[in-house]
Design a protein around this ligand. Structure first.
Ligand code: ADP
Ligand code: MG
Length: 335
């Protein structure tokens, strides 16, 4: 479980230099800084990797536009920052955009199609992120190009097997960004996976699709399914215009990996090709992605509960899960 004591401020630093008097002017000690939101990254420990590696995780949803690619980019980079090696596969062939979100679009020279045609080696198709070298991107095909009909689940299994037998060793995580829908592209993307992250928004159409996808994943033998609830708005939940995370969890009955608030920074960072988790200072959504990544590593989950003991302070964190978001955390963010 992520302890929020990792969030710390630098307002306790005191310098003896303040007694120094240049040009006969006494330097006044600066006013104590207000508490800053800092990344969870200056951890005093690394998350414990559980399960067999490589962990092959498909990020899926059924409905399009709910945040699969955003989740793949942010969770993937968080994992790399934790020190794990990650290969993110963009299996959304028709509407490839993971490269754009990561700002790597100009560096994709080869794709899996060229590897399978024997035009290049697998490592030539892997694009290493310059910011976090443990993160690599692999695209299935060039944008707007059509895949050969022969490309299916078996081909993707071959790719994952090839990643496992790389000279430098298998990656810790293979994340597969799944296309929307439940047709051939979806089947291809889920075939090599052992576990799934189901992204949903708290609306009825997304939930219906998520429920359908859960059934399909289970019938494909993927039993380890966790959900990520994205684009959550406290104001709308308070006004009873949006389902709460607790409602979503009750409807889908899946373990909860993370809850991501609606955050305009997500759109801004998407357009800049700079995933949210790299933002300094971090935003709420960035922290939520980081925490979800931590839980993924440890095969942990969170619970959506209402903090009844704090009725006046109920806000975004009231449905985040009392075991995760402490009162101190709520105070840091002014909730
Ligand atoms: P998908 O891969 O499921 O089609 P994307 O990850 O491409 O979805 O996200 C669709 C759109 O929603 C993008 O414009 C993205 O910036 C936006 N988005 C995703 N998550 C959030 C969020 N938490 N807050 C605000 N906008 C978001
Ligand atoms: Mg997508």
């Amino acid at each position: 479980m992520v302890s929020l004591s990792f969030i710390h401020s630098s307002n306790t630093l005191k310098h003896s230099l303040y007694s120094f008097t240049p040009n006969n002017k006494t330097l006044k000690p600066p006013k104590p800084k207000t508490t800053k939101i800092q990344s969870l990254l200056p951890y005093n420990r690394k998350p414990q990797l559980s399960g067999e590696t490589p962990r092959v995780v498909v990020i899926t949803s059924g409905k399009g536009g709910v945040g699969k690619t955003t989740t793949t980019a942010n969770v993937g980079l968080s994992l790399a920052r934790f020190g794990f090696s990650v290969v993110a596969i963009d299996a959304d062939v028709g509407l490839r955009n993971l490269d754009l979100l990561l700002g790597l679009e100009n560096r994709v020279n080869y794709t899996v199609v060229e590897v399978l045609n024997g035009d290049c080696r697998l490592d030539q198709a892997l694009v290493r992120d310059r910011r976090w070298s443990k993160f690599e991107l692999l695209c299935i095909s060039k944008p707007r190009s059509k895949l050969s009909l022969g490309f299916g689940g078996k081909s993707l299994v071959w790719v994952v097997d090839a990643l496992k037998s790389r000279q430098e060793g298998p990656p810790d995580f293979v994340l597969i960004d799944c296309p929307a829908g439940i047709d051939a592209g979806f089947i291809t993307a889920i075939t090599p996976a052992n576990e799934a992250v189901l992204v949903t928004t708290p609306d009825i159409t997304s939930l219906r699709d998520a429920d359908r996808v859960t059934g399909l994943l289970e019938s494909d033998g993927i039993r380890d399914i966790k959900m990520m609830v994205n684009r959550v708005r406290t104001d709308m939940i308070k006004g009873e215009d949006m389902m709460s995370v607790l409602d979503v969890q009750e409807m889908l009955g899946l373990a909860l990996l993370g809850v991501i608030p609606e955050d305009s920074e997500v759109i801004r960072s998407t357009n800049r090709g700079h995933p949210l988790v790299l933002n300094q200072p971090p935003t709420l959504a960035g922290l939520a992605f980081e925490q979800a990544a931590w839980r993924l590593v440890e095969e942990d989950s969170m619970s959506a509960v209402l903090l009844e003991e704090q009725p006046k302070k109920r806000g975004f964190f009231s449905f985040f899960g009392g075991n995760l978001i402490t009162k101190r955390h709520a105070k840091v963010y002014g909730y």
